[in-house]
Design a protein around this ligand. Structure first.
Ligand code: MD6
Ligand code: FE
Length: 211
């Protein structure tokens, strides 16, 4: 399989088109079922309460959320239904094994759904207790301009495009790199298959170890 190590960020590996179209369809069907069991919700920035522009849900033993009062955290139940998160579908567990070779399965899979205007501000993923485990990201739908920097917010960054079917693994030093989604590139790339396409234009899954 073809893979680029991102120059500005050692430990970041981009696998363009890693998911074949048929796997993308299968994963999309699983995402629809997850959203039926665990509806999309909005997270809010800690302290300010500013809503995030993506809608999200999770699968796995733990799920990520944020609200004004308690901020970023992992929880074992959906904040609105109070039900346990659905299980991580087996194709995603297999992709995790193939791309990370990490000896333990992911504990959380965050599902972020973007509309045309949604973005993701520059951030580090550091709410996990175990920051030595890799993070695996999978993208479906429209392209986006993804920004990857260094371990400090003001370190130089570079951008590249994440397209449908792309995988990105952040491990080692890259695990703590700042990153974000500058914008969706609506003129390029595949639309999400129905009925996901009625909900948004891009899905990003991030699979992580937490504990
Ligand atoms: C996104 N991705 O692609 C947002 N986090 O929509 C992330 O925030 C991310 O791609 C950790 C590792 C890889 C990622
Ligand atoms: Fe992230």
């Amino acid at each position: 399989m073809f893979c680029n190590e991102i120059r500005s960020c050692p430990g970041a590996y981009h696998y363009p088109g890693f998911l074949t179209p048929s796997v993308q369809c299968d994963v999309s069907a699983h995402i629809i079922k997850i959203i039926q069991q665990a509806p999309l919700f909005v997270s809010y920035m800690p302290r300010t309460g500013v809503p995030m522009s993506v809608r999200m849900t999770n699968c796995g033993p733990l799920g990520w959320m944020s609200d004004k009062a308690l901020g970023y955290r992992y929880v074992n139940a959906h904040p609105e239904t109070l039900l346990a998160w659905p299980a991580i579908p087996s194709p995603l567990l297999e992709i995790w094994d193939a791309l990370t070779q990490y000896p333990k399965p992911p504990e959380a899979c965050l599902v972020n759904l973007y509309d045309l205007e949604a973005k993701m501000a520059l951030h580090q993923d550091r709410d996990e207790i175990d920051l030595s485990a890799p993070i695996l990201s999978l993208s479906l739908g429209f392209d986006c301009r993804f920004r990857l920097g260094g371990q400090k917010r003001n370190d130089p960054s570079s951008t590249f495009v994440l397209s449908t079917g792309d995988a990105l693994v952040l491990k080692g030093p890259a695990r703590r790199c700042f990153h974000g989604v500058d914008r969706i590139l609506p003129t390029i790339g595949a639309a999400l298959p129905p009925p996901l396409g009625d909900l948004g234009v891009r899905v990003n899954l991030t699979l992580r170890r937490v504990s």
